[in-house]
Design a protein around this ligand. Structure first.
Ligand SMILES: O=C(O)[C@H](O)[C@H](O)COP(=O)(O)O
Ligand SMILES: [Mg+2]
Length: 319
């Protein structure tokens, strides 16, 4: 495999690279401010920002791409936020974007359930393992759900729960889907309920299956790790609807109607962002080094995922 081209400081190389594409899919990385605890953020774990810290020249880079007539789509695996939450974030940081340009894994899952799976009501109800981003997107697509942020599920399991779950009296007969995302309130009760639904034939979906979540200068269990106990219990994988799943790419293409050969995925993580672009047969992929993957990961001989090009940080595209 050929070595990726290093574009930082290479004005002509950047011009040539940008001219190859009409569409740029951006990873964003909003994971650090999940609880507005921005003081915990790693100043180096994102593409556009980390918490409330906007990386240098990002807003100007977005403007430069828009002025060249490029179409931009912001693609994130962070299911804890909705597209509307992201729009607020863009506004707060002074990056021009509209809600329709944001495509998150929660939205991807909601679209998949509402428009592709189309289970007949009432069996289209979803049991949610996750946060409000998923609930907002299911609401937007008119998909009924239980679980999620409902405080009734945020408690210890009690002896009678075992009986009531086993005999089904504590279950909602309309639930036909279990959707697993990043859940900061994961507990044995919710796992048990989800497991009961799966044993009764519910479809098993995941917003995304990232192994880790970058936070506070370190890594924490990601959405895939949060859902791994359920996978182990039921003995089958969930269908993932975030990067690098091509179900997400198909949904993005279905919405924006673009030529894949003229599209480029920009991201910081090899096994989600860059893999997403490669598997999706996009014309190009660009890695930024302000995030999870370090250059050694893709410059090493035999590296499984290698971007077409890389920059130290997104703002370097300004030349
Ligand atoms: O575990 C997760 O959900 C992910 O680590 C996280 O949300 C990644 O989001 P992205 O980098 O795609 O914005
Ligand atoms: Mg990322």
């Amino acid at each position: 495999m050929s070595q990726p081209r290093y574009l930082t400081g290479d004005k002509a190389g950047i011009e040539e690279f940008l001219s190859k594409f009409d569409v740029f899919l951006f990873d964003c990385d909003g994971t650090c401010d999940l609880y507005q605890r921005d003081q915990l953020c790693n100043p180096e774990d994102g593409v556009l920002w980390s918490g409330d810290h906007l990386f240098p020249k990002v807003a100007e880079t977005v403007e430069m791409l828009r002025s060249k007539g490029k179409r931009l789509v912001f693609v994130t695996n962070n299911s804890t936020k909705s597209r509307a939450d992201y729009k607020k974030k863009f506004d707060k940081l002074g990056i021009s974007a509209n809600v329709e340009e944001v495509f998150g894994s929660a939205y991807s899952a909601a679209v998949y359930i509402a428009r592709i799976l189309t289970l007949p009501a009432p069996r289209n109800k979803v049991f949610v393992l996750g946060e409000s981003g998923i609930e907002q997107e299911l609401d937007a697509e008119g998909v009924p759900y239980v679980g999620g942020t409902d405080p009734a599920f945020r408690r210890d399991i009690e002896p009678e729960d075992f009986t009531n779950l086993a005999n089904g009296s504590a279950l909602d007969p309309d639930v036909g889907i279990v959707l697993s995302g990043l859940d900061f309130h994961l507990n044995y009760l919710k796992m048990s309920i989800a497991f009961q639904y799966l044993q009764r034939g519910a479809i098993f979906l995941a917003t995304n299956t990232d192994s880790t979540l970058p936070m506070a200068h370190s890594l924490f269990p990601g959405a895939g790790s949060a859902g791994a106990g359920l996978v182990k219990a039921i003995g089958r994988e969930a269908l993932p609807l975030g990067k690098p799943s091509q179900a997400m790419m198909d949904a993005i293409e279905g919405k924006f109607h673009f030529d894949r050969s003229r599209a480029c995925m920009i991201g910081d993580r090899m096994n989600t962002d860059i893999q997403f672009g490669i598997e999706g047969k996009l014309g190009g992929t660009l890695a930024v080094l302000t995030g999870v993957s370090k250059k050694e990961e893709f410059l090493t001989e035999g590296a499984p995922t290698v971007p077409m090009a890389y920059v130290d940080s997104l703002g370097d595209l300004l030349g």
